[in-house]
Design a protein around this ligand. Structure first.
Ligand code: GLY
Ligand code: MN
Ligand code: MN
Length: 435
């Protein structure tokens, strides 16, 4: 926990104020089996962590709003036998003290205590539909409380998705969160540099992936924020390529979309560069268009602009570029109107970034794209993916390029967290020349 317990307590207090009345139940994520006796590396639930800072599995946060608000943690009990096998557990007493909850109980008491705590609460706030097993369990508990109505105990009438409140809180990053995201970005930019310096023809995509992971882990980022995409040549035209098992070929480009997670916060960077260290003329032509589109998008990521401004700015540059390259035909307005650019650019230009790589937060308020505001963090990631086709110039076949940076909206404009990863043709070629 690098953020002080008081900050988590302030977040809980803000949520409690917004709830006004009722009870919130926020479980952490389950452990997930990979195969016999083996689990995927454990990752806590982001909402639970945002409000608790607690990273153990088998834990639930309960908040009771009203005149005497309460924050209660349910977690695993101390258990010497289990701790010999699996490691340290806080146990309720130490967790309450160190994380600053009003009360803490064993997770084994959850159903019994929740049945009490839910009684006579007007509203139940819960991440509805987030996990089928939890949905069933919570609804069953509510039914059990309903059974007590002849004793004068009422179950919550209203069930609300607590994420509606939490998503909006999480969308605006405070200075503690931004500090962590800056650290994640710094480690990830170093990893991209390392990958550029390591890359050569005949090395394998997974060997480059190993360099990325090495750099992440060496600097304390134990996990990538998402599975790294290391895509040589035509593989770059597969948007979610994660096979990472092909040999890199002289003359191809390599697209790497990789970022580490630090203290629960993601970074998300894409760079595309030549396997042999020198862009061909055709590769450079396409690359410069994507780079210009990204510059235009970053220049539009400003407070007072709306969410779609960076996307629109990138699209206009890409559309002009696609006309120049004879990939699309007609005027820029016609290309935009007909959406013929979608054959080569089929995704949007970014997403919110935070604890989740595709972070929470609405993109529209009502029918309108929302305004960008200080504290929001987004990615800016235009691309161009050219699959072989009869009506596509042969020299451009299988060129796949994306350039992605992480951008914080500030009062004055924006801050690009991931600038240290080279992205001009000259900077990339220089770094690779000196490898
Ligand atoms: N790495 C996932 C994305 O760029 O959205
Ligand atoms: Mn992204
Ligand atoms: Mn990405």
């Amino acid at each position: 926990m690098t953020i002080a317990p008081t900050i988590y307590a302030q977040r809980r207090a803000r949520l409690l104020t917004q709830m006004q009345r009722g009870i919130a139940i926020i479980p952490t994520a389950p452990e997930v089996a990979r195969n016999a006796d083996t689990h995927y590396s454990y990752r806590h639930d982001s909402n639970f962590y945002y409000l608790s800072g607690f990273t153990e599995p088998e834990a639930v946060l309960v908040l009771v709003a009203g005149d005497e608000p309460q924050a209660i943690l349910f977690c695993r009990e101390k258990n010497l036998e289990r701790e010999i096998w699996d490691g340290h557990r806080f146990g309720p007493d130490a967790a309450r003290e160190q994380f600053g909850f009003d009360a803490a109980y064993s997770i084994a008491q959850l159903d019994e205590k929740l049945a009490e705590l839910m009684g006579n609460q007007p509203a139940l706030f819960y991440p509805l539909g987030g996990d089928a097993a939890w949905d069933q369990r919570i609804l069953k508990l509510r039914s059990a409380v309903q059974e007590k109505k002849r004793s004068g105990i009422r179950a919550p009438d209203e069930i609300r998705d607590v994420r509606a409140l939490l998503n909006e809180m999480r969308l605006f990053k405070d200075k503690h969160e931004l500090d962590i995201m800056r650290r994640a970005a710094t480690i990830s930019t170093a990893a991209h540099k390392r990958a550029m310096q390591f890359t050569r023809p005949d090395r394998f995509e997974y060997q480059v992936e190993a360099e990325l992971l090495h750099e992440f882990c060496s600097h304390g980022a134990r996990h990538p924020a998402y599975t790294s995409i290391v895509a040589g040549g035509a593989n770059a035209c597969v948007l979610h390529y994660v096979g990472n098992d092909a040999k890199l070929r002289d003359g191809d480009l390599l697209l790497i979309d990789a970022g580490c997670e630090v203290d629960g916060y993601a970074s998300d960077i894409t760079r595309t560069f030549p396997v042999n260290g020198k862009f061909s003329a055709a590769q450079k032509d396409v690359y410069e268009i994507v780079l210009a589109a990204q510059a235009a998008a970053i220049a539009a990521a400003l407070p007072s602009q709306t969410w779609d401004a960076p996307h629109d700015a990138a699209l206009r540059v890409l559309a002009q570029g696609f006309v120049d390259l004879k990939l699309c035909h007609g005027s820029v307005d016609e290309v935009l109107e007909s959406e013929s650019y979608k054959k080569f650019y089929m995704h949007r230009t970014g997403h919110w970034l935070g604890m989740d790589v595709h972070d929470v937060g609405d993109y529209k308020i009502g029918d309108n794209w929302r305004a960008l505001q200080p504290g929001m963090v987004l990615t800016v990631e235009p691309g161009c993916y050219i699959r072989p086709a009869d009506d596509v110039p042969l020299a451009l076949w299988n060129i796949g390029i994306r350039i992605e940076d992480d951008v914080v909206i500030t009062a004055q404009g924006n801050e690009v967290l991931t600038d240290a990863a080279p992205k001009t043709v000259a900077d990339i070629e220089e770094l690779m020349r000196n490898a």
